[in-house]
Design a protein around this ligand. Structure first.
Ligand code: SF4
Length: 892
């Protein structure tokens, strides 16, 4: 067996992974957590643990294509290089753009940024990280003078109060959330405050839960700043020595948030809970405030970030163990992108477009043509494509037709663009369909490089598989295009290690301590040392060369411990903040606020996690969470379908009636793409509003109409093949172990259902059928060689039959006579509403099984469930749901 230590490609926690595969000829890979990696100490969440299921070649893009035809690499690279060169010659450097991704490795990112900003001479390179943390970047720069996350995960073990703002850590950063949960279990005096308009699984550990009105974060934190002053809890010694702007910030805070009752009224939460949050903050020195997309994805995201930074700076809760603001990033290498400068408004290595920085980078790169001003940020960039100002765009490792706001307009923009190049490892995505040139990129498991996680820790991503088909590493593709454009000398890199060393040298170049991002100690790594590099946190200036051997031992002192920040005068800045409402406010035509976000077991636009059967059972369909009062108002049934729509788009989603969302607000996930759902792209409904400072889109706040969708037929198919269901309006696919699950709905007349079933499933095989057109019920199971080939259930109502038992029959070597009668019942003993499916993805434990055991054995804790079924004992992501099931049974 060969074991390779690498890094998870999903969220910004950046967990270490050990990938083990048989040495000779074997292909099966075993994925486990890396016990030596400081980010996770061997633990993995459900997504990381299922990575082996995503490694198959099914759906991979295996060779280059030009206009849909297979092409040789040389021809494809020539087409890209000449297409870009000719466009630049005719229309100037700002007529082209790159749209890149936090999925790229730092080495890929570095050469992409260098090519665009240093040699093409435009700054039109932006990254999908713009969608997840640009506001944190802007907030850090305003307050600290540089984009610096001062905290480390070890601070979670020292914190005594956790304030979690706009972050469903239990689902989106599960391994960090387990650390918070453990801190609370092991140190009972630890308190947790969760601030989120929606009650998420993270609130499971909350001592105080504040479901604030969307967009009122600045009111709440301004209120805390005022409260600190009233309670004489400001750290004047620290402020006087190390902070400026206090007078204006305190005045603005008082104006917007003069008292606890005023804050509570504005935020729509109980006064006593606001008061308790403020009291906890005042009496605890070790406070870590964790924040994520709920703060960042807003038209006032930068202000929200600064509102959080303000209270930490003003109270001196920064620069010491267990105290500070902690931006947790969404993507595996969003931080790496920030380091190389692959945001349109940064240059490189945390340098800006100031004349001295431009001149310095030009000398370092020996580049004749360095961009001198910022380029277009994501929303503006696709606007420019739509308007025809950008005529050639290269999209790398991302799927903007699903993930961007106003997503249908992004599709329209790409359809109009004269040259669209897409590098991806997946052949069919919503974005690849617009590509004139498709470049097959190596996938996770095949690539070599580095990533940086939320705590500034650089880890190696190491390959353990050969590149599939003709796929190539992104850095190599970019360098090959650069050489063809005439920039060969600057892009003569042989290996990722070459690029990393150059990146490290640039970080240290003429850096006299004025820039925090300095990894000069890694600039002289040999190839072997680079290959063996242990996870290491920056800054690591050259003086700290021992870092190569014992990185953690050689780590420099804590950032900001000396009260020195990266502004010209070394002082941090408090920012005077006036709260602003979200831009897309509800109207008569669109009266409901739409919040979007992630689910526990899916990642981004599902191009990878959608391939892992064990990840599709938790939430099998696009859904919308609706408050019970709104469900009554719009006549929506739990488990039925709803239409969400506005002037931009339309989505069909399964309704979940829940008081976890506020009245007048709904939540829908951002994952489903056109390959898995006909009407599941929620970002088509989101207006392209963005923060004026950070450019980050307001993905968390749209306005929609909501109405009942009542088709004549609801149904599902389970089949060994990924069948097409022609004519169905609503189709959602999910890959299960041994079969596909396809949910559907349309208006077909019941008399046609049997004929349609044969057309879809194929007439061959042994049919077991129940047809009752009068009551509009139809069920069929088809066997071939005594194995289940497919089954199809249709009804006038949503079908409450659980899919798990039926799906399990596809894994049986034969369907015995005793089982046959149960096929059309969906199983021998069904639970009402068992559609909800898998709760524990690690051990594939379904909801109905859990309910059975909780009832039969009168269980009262998640730990008891774990001892019997294993559920909740691996990654722990489902523990909040286990607790919710126990609570529901107790109430029942
Ligand atoms: Fe991967 Fe999960 Fe760790 Fe995030 S928490 S890095 S998704 S294993």
């Amino acid at each position: 067996m060969t074991a390779v230590r690498t890094t998870c490609p999903y969220c910004g926690v950046g967990c270490g992974i050990v990938a083990t595969r048989p040495q000779a000829g074997g292909s099966s890979v075993v994925i486990t957590g890396d016990a030596e990696h400081p980010a996770n100490a061997g633990r993995l969440c459900s997504k990381g643990a299922a990575l082996a299921e995503t490694l198959g070649l099914d759906g991979r893009l295996l060779h280059p294509e030009i206009r849909g035809q297979r092409a040789a690499w040389d021809d494809a690279l020539d087409a890209v290089a000449s297409g870009f060169a000719e466009t630049i010659a005719a229309h100037g450097p700002d007529s082209v753009a790159f749209y890149v991704s936090g999925q790229l490795l730092t080495e890929d990112y570095y050469v992409a940024n260098k090519l665009m900003k240093g040699f093409i001479g435009s700054a039109n390179i932006d990254t999908n990280s713009r969608l997840c943390m640009a506001s944190a970047v802007a907030g850090h720069k305003r307050a600290f003078g540089e984009d610096v996350v001062p905290q480390a995960y070890a601070d979670l073990d020292a914190a005594e109060l956790f304030v979690i703002v706009g972050a469903n850590m239990a689902w989106c950063h599960p391994i960090l959330f387990q650390r918070v949960r453990r801190a609370k279990e092991e140190r009972p005096h630890v308190r947790v405050v969760v601030i989120d308009p929606r009650r998420t699984a993270t609130a499971d550990v909350a001592d105080v839960f504040l479901p604030i009105r969307p967009g009122t974060d600045v009111v709440l934190f301004n209120g805390l700043l005022s409260y600190l002053r009233r309670e004489d809890a400001l750290d004047w010694e620290f402020i006087d020595a190390h902070v400026e702007g206090a007078t204006a910030a305190l005045r603005a805070a008082k104006a917007s948030s003069p008292s606890v009752p005023a804050v509570a009224a504005a935020c729509g939460v109980p006064e006593r809970d606001v008061a308790e949050f403020y009291r906890l903050f005042v009496r605890t020195r070790q406070v870590v405030t964790l924040f994520s997309q709920g703060v960042n994805q807003s038209s006032s995201g930068t202000d929200k970030v600064n509102a959080i930074l303000n209270v930490h700076l003003a109270s001196g809760r920064i620069g010491r163990p267990g105290a500070g603001p902690f931006s947790i990033t969404g993507q595996p290498n969003a931080m790496g992108g920030r380091e190389v400068g692959a945001l349109a408004n940064q240059l490189a290595a945390h340098m800006e477009f100031s004349p001295d920085h431009v001149e310095r980078v030009a000398r370092f790169w020996q580049a004749p043509n360095v961009a001198t001003r910022p380029g277009l940020k994501a929303v503006e960039l696709f606007d420019a494509v739509h308007a025809g100002r950008i005529k050639a765009v290269w999209i790398m490792a991302t799927n903007p037709v699903v993930s961007m706001p106003d997503a249908d307009r992004v599709a329209e923009a790409l359809a109009r663009c004269p040259l669209v190049v897409v590098s991806d490892c997946i052949r069919h995505t919503d974005t690849t369909r617009y590509a004139h040139v498709l470049l097959p990129a190596a996938a996770w498991g095949e690539k070599s490089g580095t990533v940086t996680n939320s705590e500034r820790r650089i880890s190696r991503q190491r390959p353990f598989l050969e590149p599939a088909g003709e796929s190539r590493a992104d850095w190599r593709i970019i360098c090959d295009v650069a050489r063809r454009m005439g920039f060969g000398r600057a892009f003569a890199h042989r290996l990722p290690a070459d690029i990393f060393r150059e990146h490290a040298r640039l970080s240290a170049f003429e850096n006299d301590g004025s820039r925090a991002f300095d990894i000069g100690a890694l600039a002289e790594l040999s190839d072997d040392e680079y290959d063996a590099l242990e996870p290491v946190q920056w800054p690591l200036p050259a003086a700290n060369a021992d870092a190569r051997r014992a990185p953690d031992a050689a780590r420099p002192k804590r950032l900001f411990a000396d009260g020195r920040f990266f502004t010209p005068n070394g002082k941090a800045r408090l920012v005077a903040l006036e709260p602003r409402a979200p831009r897309s406010l509800p109207t008569d035509a669109a009266p409901i606020v739409l919040n979007t976000g992630r689910t526990r077991d899916q990642w981004h636009t599902m191009t990878r996690t959608g391939r892992a059967p064990r990840l599709t059972g938790h939430r099998a369909e696009p859904f919308v969470d609706v408050h019970p009062d709104d469900a009554a108002r719009f006549a929506l049934d739990d488990g039925g379908l709803a239409v969400l729509e506005n002037e931009r788009g339309r989505m069909l989603a399964r309704v979940r009636v829940t008081a976890d969302v506020r009245k007048g607000e709904v939540f829908a996930p951002m994952h489903w793409n056109a390959q898995f759902a006909t009407h599941g792209r929620v970002n088509a409904l989101i207006a392209p509003e963005f923060d004026p400072i950070s450019g980050q889109p307001e993905l968390k706040h749209g306005a929609v109409r909501l109405r009942r969708h009542a088709p004549a037929r609801h149904g599902f198919v389970l089949s060994r093949e990924p069948l097409e269901l022609p004519g169905c309006e609503y189709v959602v696919r999910a890959r299960l172990r041994g079969c596909w699950r396809i949910e559907f709905a349309d208006d077909m007349d019941a008399r046609s259902w049997p004929e349609w079933a044969r057309a879809v499933l194929g007439a061959d095989g042994e049919w077991i059928e129940l047809s009752d057109p009068g009551r509009r019920r139809y069920r069929a199971a088809v066997l071939e060689h005594r194995r289940l080939k497919a089954c199809l259930f249709a009804s006038a109502e949503p079908i409450g039959v659980g899919r798990e038992w039926l799906a399990a029959q596809f894994r049986e070597p034969e369907i015995g006579d005793a089982v046959r009668p149960s096929l059309l019942a969906g199983g021998p003993a069904q639970h009402d509403g068992a559609v909800a499916g898998i709760v524990c993805a690690c051990f594939s434990v379904a909801r109905n099984v859990l309910v059975d055991v909780i009832r039969a054995q009168s269980l009262t804790t998640a730990a008891e469930i774990g001892r019997i079924l294993g559920a909740g004992t691996s990654c722990g992501s489902c523990v909040p749901e286990l607790n919710a099931l126990i609570a529901a049974e107790r109430r029942a």
